[in-house]
Design a binder for this molecule. Structure first.
Ligand code: TPP
Ligand code: DXP
Ligand code: MG
Length: 630
């Protein structure tokens, strides 16, 4: 029987020998590599924390003790140990095991996440809640070195450090974010970690102590004090100790003995303490460790090489089109600068970074900072493009309003992964950007219907200097063949495109919804219902002339958008039309006001009625209700 199969609860780990724990780690790695080759997912982070996960569950009394994982993308080994081994075959699938941790999935998942750097704050809240209610358990947060580039992590450390609460922070330091980690904190951690002087002194102290009969007795105590002060100078302990934490480490995150012994000792202490653990991201992946590509892999890959088994015949992704166009734009316009918040590959900005390294900035997982930094650049005549996922820009919303919009600064927001994102599920949905950007005074809000229009809108954003400008595009492939950026002209400001002329009902389609709306219109035409289809590439400011013309010869408008229906473009158009032509009915058709969970993107679109079938159905219903109303 495999060791994993023997494990009925995490408390069984306490009876495992150290050799069994090591064998369990090997078994878990093999299982993760195998299962992820079919399901895809965040393989790299999990492989790096196999021993760490085993040690934490072996020492802590989970789920009574609260174990909080930052982001949750490294939670696969935790899932294996907490009753979800079999379910792993459904990882990231509809109604399957989530790719992140979820309170509804298991009592072992103390706190849900998907966005970075929430763990320390959440753990402190739990520790304070425990104390207020007079309860007795431990709370531990595991946070990565990448997440330490995020301001929220310091807010948590700052608050926890001098609180005197009983809380353990485990810093999982693998020198990687998704890409290699960046920033001063990263340099500090690695310079200390690699400090051979400390490592040499530490072993020297050990030798001397052995010669004196160990570290007990008066000379031994002195030696230990000396070691502590050497450590204070040469390890990151100083920084964390100044913040109010007792610091332990750095320790080898793949050495079960060191991990279990350290956590066992640290668990018994009180107050804020931080254990610094050094790990290898992707450890044991047959094709090598610590590689950015192994952060996440698609389903159906070769477990020994990470390569996709079936070559894709699909068109390029919007991200790839954007990335290529961006690099070309950087060549045409020397004032363009690009900013990413730790997502260089995800946002496709690698080609720009390579071609124009001085104008490329990876600021770490620091979305708010990225936005305000861009605002600063814009004050000096630089043309900043913030390439960011829609979901992560939520972190920078105050900065968008306060630092960019109120000062009318021409910052371009290239919002990738806007709309339904598929298997990452609810934490990563880009469903709110239309609503939150439309609400910002002076913000130009746009969405392209295809790759060519994406680049045309990008040009429009960079060529204007009136104020902030955003363009949203999906986690999908483009429907068209895209020419070089130099051959594409900027989309004229505040214009729509009437793609099909009909009567009675006009579909106002936003971005990705243009294609399926045209398809729906063809189906409806075959049934004798002739509808107008408009590509509303500018959501704000909208096209006054075209709207006026539509209001003159249509009885109703169906606004179709891949974003929340609450306060989206449909709601905006309804308020505009109500003032201008109250006899025309406006109906919003977007993502319903509920949480959308993991599933293939196509299924998510269909479930929301945002495919040709769903749109046609909605038009029919609208037309029928108009007919009844006379
Ligand atoms: C707010 C936010 N921005 C960006 C991301 C995308 N992201 C997911 S994991 C990750 C890297 C995290 O690095 P680290 O904390 O060191 O964990 P590791 O993957 O190295 O284990 C990033 C940037 C995110 N999840 N949340
Ligand atoms: C964990 C995390 O936040 C990222 O790794 C995210 O899952 C990337 O999403 P994409 O796969 O859409 O780039
Ligand atoms: Mg890391």
């Amino acid at each position: 029987m495999s060791l994993l199969a023997r494990l009925k609860s995490t408390s069984d780990l306490k009876a495992f020998s150290r050799d069994e724990l090591r064998a369990l780690a090997d078994e878990m790695r093999a299982r993760l590599i195998d299962v992820c080759s079919r399901t895809g997912g965040h393989i790299g982070a999990g492989l790096g924390v196999v021993e760490l996960t085993i040690a934490l569950h072996a020492v802590l009394d989970t789920p009574r003790d609260q174990l909080v994982w930052d982001v949750g993308h490294q939670g696969y080994p935790h899932k294996l140990l907490t009753g979800r081994d079999e379910g792993m075959e459904t990882l990231r699938q509809e109604e399957g095991i989530s790719g992140f941790l979820k309170r509804t999935e298991s009592p072992y998942d103390a706190f849900g996440a998907g966005h970075a750097a929430t763990s320390i704050s959440a753990a402190l809240g739990m520790a304070v809640g425990r104390d207020l209610r007079g309860e007795d358990f431990k709370v531990a947060a595991v946070i990565g070195d990448g997440a330490l580039s995020c301001g929220l992590a310091y807010e948590g450390l700052n608050n926890a450090g001098h609180s005197e609460r009983d809380i353990i922070v485990v810093l999982n330091d693998n020198e990687m974010s998704i890409a290699p980690n960046v920033g001063a904190m990263h340099k500090y951690l690695t310079s200390v970690q690699r400090n051979s002087l400390y490592n040499r002194l530490r072993s020297k102290i050990g030798e001397i102590a052995d010669g004196m009969g160990g570290k007990t007795g008066v000379p031994g105590t002195l030696l230990r004090k000396w070691e502590e002060s050497v450590k204070a100078f040469l390890t990151p302990g100083v920084l964390f100790e100044e913040l109010g934490f007792r610091y332990f480490g750095p320790i080898d995150g793949h050495d079960i003995d060191q991990l279990v012994d350290t956590f066992a000792a640290v668990r018994e202490l009180k107050g804020p303490r931080l254990v610094h653990v050094i790990t290898q991201k992707g450890k044991g992946f047959p094709a090598g460790e610590s590689v950015e590509k192994w952060h996440a892999l698609p389903p159906g890959h070769d477990p020994s090489t990470g390569k996709q088994l079936k070559a894709s015949t699909a068109n390029p992704a919007y991200t790839a089109v954007f990335g290529k166009g961006l690099a070309e734009l950087g060549t045409l316009d020397p004032d363009v600068a690009v900013i990413t918040a730790a997502m260089p590959s995800g946002t496709g900005t690698g080609a720009f970074a390579k071609a124009h390294p001085k104008r490329f900035f990876d600021v770490g997982i620091a979305e708010g900072h990225a936005v305000t930094f861009a605002a600063g650049l814009a004050t000096r005549g630089v043309k900043p493009i913030v390439a960011i996922y829609s979901t992560f820009l939520q972190r920078g919303y105050d900065n968008v309003v306060h630092d960019v919009a109120l000062q009318h600064l021409p910052v371009v927001f290239a919002m990738d992964r806007a709309g339904l994102v598929g298997e990452d599920g609810e934490t990563h949905m880009g469903l709110y950007d239309i609503a939150y950007m439309l609400a910002v005074p002076g913000m130009t809000v746009t969405a392209p219907k295809d790759g060519t229009e994406l680049l045309a809108l990008l040009r429009a954003g960079v060529e204007q200097d009136a104020g902030p400008f955003c363009v949203r595009y999906p986690r999908d492939v483009v429907p068209d063949a895209v020419p070089d950026l130099a051959k594409i002209e900027a989309t004229p400001h505040a214009t729509w495109e009437v793609l099909r002329r009909g009567r009675e009902v006009a579909i106002l389609a936003v971005g990705t919804m243009v294609g399926p709306s045209l398809e729906a219109a063809e189906t409806l035409a075959a049934e004798g219902l002739d509808v107008t289809v408009v590509n509303c590439r500018y959501l704000k400011p909208y096209d006054e002339l075209t709207l006026t013309a539509l209001l003159a010869d249509h009885r109703s408008l169906l606004v179709v958008e891949e974003g929340t229906v609450v306060n989206g473009f449909g709601a905006y158009m309804a308020s505009v039309v109500e003032r201008r032509e109250p006899s025309v009915r406006v109906v919003a058709h977007g993502v319903p006001d509920r949480i959308i969970y993991a599933a293939p993107r196509k299924r998510q679109l269909a479930n929301c009625g945002l495919d040709a079938t769903g749109i046609a159905e909605r038009v029919r219903a609208l037309h029928e209700s108009e007919a009844v109303a006379g």
